[in-house]
Design a protein. Sequence first.
Length: 283
Amino acid sequence: VTIQWFPGHMAKAIREFEENISLVDIVFELVDARAPYSTLNPEIARISANKPHLYILTKRDLADEKLTRQWLNYFHSQNSAAIAVDAKGKFGVKDILTAINPLLKDKLERELAKGMKPRPIRAIAVGVPNVGKSTVLNRLVKRRAAQVGNRPGVTKGQQWLKADNHLELLDTPGILWPKFQDQLIADKLALTGAIKDSVYHSDDIALFGLEYFVAHYPQALQERYKLTEEDLELPTADLLLLITKNIGMRDDYERASNRIILDMRSKKVGPFTLDTLEDIDNE
Ligand code: G4P
């Protein structure tokens, strides 16, 4: 479901998130590994400033591995934990615990020293729509029987879901809005599918994707659409028309645009990442 974000919705999402954050030890902020900066919610750092953070870079399988490593290093340099995952592949509670243990070890040990009972770490997952929150939750919490029921402090029928003896997650992930103040970020979100029923025309998104691949992943583009090196020097609109012909859609560039977008999203052209560390400096 694509959510249209209005100021009222944003205020409500912040209010809910603020209530929930007081219940947890750590925030799991999910970002798309193909656009870790553009899918970072602009407000969350402010709201959750004093809580430890685990950045979960989802869709690692679709992203440029070299840039994923750079982004992981960046988040680590911000004193946060960070892991990159294919949420539909091999990934589980152990990976999470290994990543967050260094951040929470001292707090849990202090509690034990004070005579408090050992307890599971509590977390909430947050992120922009379509980033993979449900997939990650379902992967960590395998059975409905894993629900541990209501506890004091958990309102509105919210429940803690048990991942294992050491980790519990709030059952409703926080859904936050993406950055949308800037056209470039909007194009990136549209290409990755973070804005699904976008208000943008598919040919605009396809042109954006083609331009990006020509600049960053030219070989992948050549191979997928049977292009020569010279073809890549064409103005992007002409390149789109050429690809439309090459994939047998004659002059239906609208349909071809949709195909190209789907090809890119499903890694049929190749893995890619749209955000680099320079994007942070540029803001
Ligand atoms: P949300 O709760 O944050 O809104 O996201 P959700 O888990 O529903 O995931 C959105 C889409 O992203 C789903 O695809 C899901 O399968 C896919 N996805 C999530 N994590 C990963 C990942 O690490 N790698 C890949 N390749 N895909 C991921 P969908 O097309 O909407 O549904 P489906 O047919 O794939 O289930």
